[in-house]
Design a binder for this molecule. Structure first.
Ligand code: DGP
Length: 113
């Protein structure tokens, strides 16, 4: 799975992406189909299918902390932004490698569809 997984391949730089941040455990890159002026995905480099499969306490915290730092960097922190993790079919997950969406740069509607 991890060998052919799209986001694993992006994490290994085998598939090009616009990387905005990277550390030893995480990578952040621009979404190829942006839904807002800023739309960035934060992923763990090690494969995890979905939020249901996160077996440790600090991974999602690290991902969220990276999202906050990127929001500052992108200049959207003060006006606001949204962080979203879609999980499985009803949650709208289409790529089964855990990812946190960071969306901002416009006013976002609520509730989501
Ligand atoms: P989700 O529906 O939550 O699983 O979101 C998957 C997102 O991944 C979707 O917003 C589009 C994005 N995406 C899919 N394929 C690629 C790709 O090859 N490169 C990049 N940068 N983003 C991708």
């Amino acid at each position: 799975m991890a060998n052919s997984c799209l986001f694993c391949r992006i994490a290994r730089h085998e598939i090009p992406s616009t990387v905005v941040a990277e550390d030893e455990r995480l990578m952040a890159f621009r979404d190829v189909h942006p839904q807002a002026p800023t739309h960035i995905l934060i992923i763990p480099k090690a494969h995890v299918d979905s939020l249901n499969d996160v077996g440790e306490f600090d991974l999602v915290g690290r991902m969220t902390r990276m999202a906050v730092a990127i929001a500052e960097q992108e200049g959207i922190a003060r006006r606001g932004y949204r962080t979203v993790i879609n999980t499985n079919a009803d949650g709208g997950q289409t790529v089964f490698h855990l990812h946190l969406h960071l969306l901002g740069g416009r006013s976002l509607g609520w509730p989501p569809g």
